[in-house]
Design a protein around this ligand. Sequence first.
Ligand SMILES: Nc1ncnc2c1ncn2[C@@H]1O[C@H](COP(=O)(O)OP(=O)(O)OP(=O)(O)O)[C@@H](O)[C@H]1O
Length: 266
Amino acid sequence: MAELNPDAPMPEKGLVVRGLRMAFGDTVVQHDLSFYVAPANIFVIMGVSGCGKSTLLRHIIDLQRSDVGDICFDGQRLINDDPAERAMLQSRIGVLFQSTALWSSMTVGENVALPMQLHTQLRPPEIRDQVAFKLALVGLAGQESKMPSELSGGMQKRAGLARAIALDPDYLFLDEPSAGLDPITSQRLDALIMRLRDALGVSVIAVSHELPSIFTIADDSIYLDNESKTAIAHGNPRELVENTPEPRVRAFLKREPIDEPARESA
Ligand SMILES: Nc1ncnc2c1ncn2[C@@H]1O[C@H](COP(=O)(O)OP(=O)(O)OP(=O)(O)O)[C@@H](O)[C@H]1O
């Protein structure tokens, strides 16, 4: 269960977000966000367009900062000003952006090797072995010398995943992983994400509004509400769809119209 008692002691393992407020200038995107992501769980951030899902992801991985609230990985605050400690925490985080963001001038193998070259002392043969291992994990064995432009959209996502797990992270962040993929490729990617969670014991935090994907992969979730600007539901989406008392959450999870005037920003 994702809901977090703000007065509870900090858990030693897992990701804790406590009392987070996110804003652009005077415009508050979300406030009072408190939740817990358990180790080796797949946690999905849900909500309609513009509710603040990507902004939340950016705060958790420290690309954006807030003056209000705490974000802690395994009991340690991510946001602190000790560069060595920050680098250590950052190395435990893998990220797959929506755009995949592979370097187009580098081969697939060079893309996956890059984080190891930048952040580890591994020697070239060890890096080569690790690249081969990570590509095999995502079903791209032997594709090292391909250029990203030679891969299909689904294969590019998998190459992006191989790069995201290059440093054996404890936490893997995925921004709309299925965006732009056909249903079959999307289903395969879901299966891969669950396999990686099981094989590596990694906690996965994904932003998604793809319902089939949410119902398949999520152990736990949070629903960010566009109206009240805070989370109005926490829990397993398969249980929420049956039990939530919140009409907007039910409408989202059942793809049903809602009586209230919709205020989605396209
Ligand atoms: N750099 C920015 N400056 C000002 N406002 C921004 C900026 N980035 C996002 N916003 C606003 O913050 C709100 C949340 O945006 P965000 O992209 O996090 O939503 P989202 O839930 O991820 O949307 P989508 O599902 O469409 O990707 C939106 O109203 C958006 O217009």
